[in-house]
Design a protein around this ligand. Structure first.
Ligand code: ZN
Length: 185
């Protein structure tokens, strides 16, 4: 949101030069700058030990394409707590570990989405009323169920690629370890 009037007193804003930020909307009466505002939210690729990701569908968003767990952060809540809360509320899973992946500006909705990988131990999905359907989907099938280029698609793609890198690293390390062991014997 870009302010024209002061949300505190209703006065029309002027512009004032603030440090390196340039000319910023300013309320002369309250003596405060009114920075452009956006909503902070989270989006999570919820994955389990079987290389599956939980995808959900909400009819009001799309009847065919799936999305990830996502939600708006509350005032005073950390992004990590918001992920744990939304994962529990929307699909009934307990987050074991969290990894921050990337932030995604969503300009159309004036949002900044903080993207996480949320690892859980697989349990039956228990859906909130907001969610019409949800499924555990194998990594290799996940991207085709998401709208290509969407934030959910970008996040899931990053998580899958990272996991593939890690698997290759572990395999390489095991090969080196085995080679060393073979030399000793
Ligand atoms: Zn004011």
């Amino acid at each position: 949101m870009r302010f024209i009037y002061c949300p505190h007193c209703g006065a029309k804003l002027t512009k004032k030069e603030i440090g390196d930020e340039g000319m910023i909307p300013f309320c002369e009466r309250c003596q405060v700058p009114l920075w452009d505002m956006f909503t902070a939210s989270i989006i999570a690729a919820v994955v389990n030990e079987n290389r599956e990701v939980a995808l959900l569908r909400q009819n009001y968003v799309s009847k065919t394409k799936f999305v990830c767990v996502a939600g708006i952060m509350k005032i005073g809540e950390s992004a990590e707590d918001a992920v744990r809360r939304e994962v529990k509320e929307e699909i009934g899973q307990q987050v074991e570990t969290l990894e921050f992946i990337k932030s995604y500006p969503y300009e159309k909705k004036e949002m900044l989405m903080l993207g996480y990988k949320a690892a859980v131990k697989k349990q039956k999905l228990a859906l909130s009323k907001e969610v019409d359907c949800a499924e555990w989907v194998k990594y290799e099938d996940a991207l085709s169920l998401l709208r290509e280029g969407s934030i959910a698609w970008q996040l899931v793609k990053s998580v899958i690629e990272r996991d593939a890198c890690k698997t290759t690293e572990i395999k390489a390390r095991n090969t080196v370890a085995k080679a060393k062991a073979d030399v000793v014997h």
